[in-house]
Design a binder for this molecule. Sequence first.
Ligand SMILES: O=C(CO)[C@@H](O)[C@H](O)COP(=O)(O)O
Ligand SMILES: [Fe+2]
Length: 221
Amino acid sequence: MSVKAKIGPSILNADLSNLAAESQKLLDNGADYLHLDVMDGTFVPNLTFGHPMVKSLRNKIKTAFFETHMMVQKPEQWIEPMADAGVNLYTFHIEPVEDVDKVSRLVQEAGMKVGLAIKPGTKVEDLEKFVSIADVVLVMTVEPGFGGQSFMADMMPKVEWLRANYPNLDIEVDGGVGPKTIECCAKAGANMIVSGTAVVGAIDQAEVIREMRDVVQRYTK
Ligand SMILES: O=C(CO)[C@@H](O)[C@H](O)COP(=O)(O)O
Ligand SMILES: [Fe+2]
């Protein structure tokens, strides 16, 4: 296996009125990348922010790696604006998309890496046919839409299956991940860890990030 352990805090439950400072604090505390949750109120029953907010954040934070987790019904609609906003990794859900290959190509042509996400109810086999075009696959460990939910350990067989079949693939987990659930994710084979509440709400963010990275590193060696 030659994948790197990376911790990407989700800023969903941070103080969004103070997004740049909250994001910079996470980076200063050791975050490897920022996970920006974009929700359109249709694909999921919640609404967050779009490319204008991401672009404003990019103006303040020049070099960090930005992932947008696109919980939207029409991911093809936001490719150009998100590329223009300075997004590095454009992760979209395959469920509402008719032609995943085509949308992935458009993401690449716009200069971003491709992330493909599945909801808890989606079989890993549905993702398998697109793995070759993906830079990252995201296995959701909660129903998308809200931060602060409980981790679904029953999603781990999907991660195990992906790791067994794709030793060098970047496999991300998202939802309810923190110090209590990290071992389970790392053991299954996840190497990109999204963590919202557990990191953002921590008294010592640096310690929580370090602790989770250490656990993942033990399994990625
Ligand atoms: O995409 C989502 C939720 O839909 C996530 O990124 C969560 O927002 C992560 O937050 P926690 O579950 O870690 O609090
Ligand atoms: Fe997310």
